[in-house]
Design a protein around this ligand. Structure first.
Ligand SMILES: [Zn+2]
Length: 446
């Protein structure tokens, strides 16, 4: 019998972690942070300890793993977003014999997180290409684990398929079905069909937007939106400042390419941008010209801003702060916090992002927008397409995989209930083959 423990990301959007207990061995999918709690903490603590993070509710609860610590064999990480990988070093350090397996971009990013935290991690870090597999050694069994290429809002994202004696357990957190990604390949439909043929026992699936009756648009649509806002709006000699998710390498690629058509130089500024762009470079995925400046250190950023302030028509500044995070570059530009740049009327701020609907982000952004308006800055909000599938993506994914059991994840009941309704529509039975979980639930599968 398989037991699926839904440890994090079922009461909230964040700190994703799910463990599969085969009876002998435990394999863990994802190990992420609850970011709103981290943002709150960062206002007072520069480098929060794992104890502080845990008491703030930023880490998934690993007490089940700790009770069974000798049976934890691997942490299998789907992609490089912090709500999936950001807690690995805080938690996996307690299980040093468990391998940590992910695609190269995620591993490179994790290395920077480890370095920044000062944690010494003894676990083996395994960097594995998309569309390949890893064998996890159990007590008496070896488990084949596929890392299947999937489209999302960061590069080298995967759906993970664990081949257990009872059948395949597929973990699809996060995904959308995008046949025209700006970087990388479309989803590996062929492999998903093969898994279905083999027999998918359970599907643990991202249902963040399962309540939205739509198919999520392709990243090529976001690219067209960037093109429109940069090339069809008359920016004249005014400043252009863009903020997007630092991990969204494909979006950054579109921003760079259309900025160049404006004959402006592009500067990336901010620590997390530098971190993700450098990780992409190390993972062999650097889709930018060599003349792009990537500035992570405060002194570098300051001297670049001095240049931009004097000669704003020559630059596009791409910076951190689309959620108005305190201390981000955009936040400091808006509040005038010791940076040598001041907004002028008709400068543009483009948010290639959506406000993450949690109170701390909503409040921060509302305050930022108000300040920008007072300076007569033009705001272009929501120049963005999500990386999460809608209800119709979910229907198609379930149709492709034909799992025996569906376990909606990536949010509380408001997010998981619509996915349960869809499952019911598709013939699944509440509590028997479709499972509404919360953090700490256990699903038993024969
Ligand atoms: Zn994600």
């Amino acid at each position: 019998m398989l037991k699926i423990h839904t440890l994090g990301g079922y009461n909230e959007v964040g700190k994703n972690m799910t463990a599969v207990d085969t009876g002998e061995d435990i394999l863990v999918f994802d190990c992420g942070l609850y970011l709103p709690a981290v943002i709150d903490l960062q206002e007072t603590e520069k480098r929060p300890t794992s104890k502080l993070l845990a008491s703030a509710g930023a880490l998934p609860d690993d007490s089940f793993l700790w009770k069974n610590k000798d049976r934890v064999r691997a942490f299998l990480i789907t992609h490089a977003h912090l709500d999936h990988v950001g807690a690995v070093h805080y938690i996996a350090t307690k299980y040093p014999k468990a391998d940590i397996v992910a695609t190269p971009f995620t591993i490179e990013l994790l290395k920077t997180l480890i370095q920044d935290s000062n944690i010494i991690l003894k676990n083996k870090l395994v960097s594995i290409k998309s569309d390949s597999y890893y064998m996890v050694k159990g007590k008496n069994t070896e488990y084949k684990v596929d890392f299947v290429n999937i489209t999302h809002s960061t590069i080298q994202s995967t759906i993970i398929a664990l081949h257990a004696k009872e059948g395949v357990v597929v973990y699809a957190n996060d995904y959308k079905l995008d046949n025209n990604p700006v970087i990388g390949l479309p989803p590996n439909y062929q492999k998903l069909k093969e898994l279905s043929k083999e027999g998918v026992k359970a599907l643990i699936v991202d249902c963040l937007y399962s309540g939205d009756e739509r198919k999520t648009h392709s990243e090529k649509i976001a690219r067209a939106m960037i093109e429109e806002v940069l090339l069809t709006v008359d920016h004249g000699k005014n400043g252009i400042i863009i903020s997007t998710f630092s991990s969204h390498i494909a979006r950054l690629k579109s921003i760079v390419e259309f900025s160049k058509k404006l004959d402006r130089k592009v500067i990336f500024a901010g620590r997390s941008l530098a971190k993700y762009v450098r990780s992409a470079e190390k993972a062999g995925q650097y889709p930018f010209d060599k003349d792009i400046k990537v500035l992570g250190y405060p002194n570098q950023v300051k001297s670049a801003l001095k240049q931009i302030d004097k000669n704003r028509e020559a630059y596009v500044l791409v910076c951190t702060g689309h959620q108005a995070e305190p201390g981000s570059i955009l936040d400091r530009l808006v509040t005038g916090n010791q940076l040598p740049f001041s907004f002028r009327p008709h400068d543009s701020v483009i948010f290639s992002s959506k406000v993450i609907p949690v109170p701390v982000n909503q409040a921060n952004r509302a305050a930022m927008d108000k300040k920008l308006r007072m300076k007569d800055v033009r705001i272009f909000d929501n120049v963005h397409v999500s990386g999460h599938g809608g209800r119709e993506d979910l229907r198609d994914l379930i149709g492709l995989l034909k799992p025996e059991h569906v376990i909606p994840s990536h949010g509380g009941l408001d997010k998981t209930t619509p996915a349960m309704e869809l499952a019911k529509e598709l013939g699944y039975k509440y509590d028997k083959t479709a499972h509404l979980c919360q953090d700490g639930s256990v699903v038993y599968i024969n």
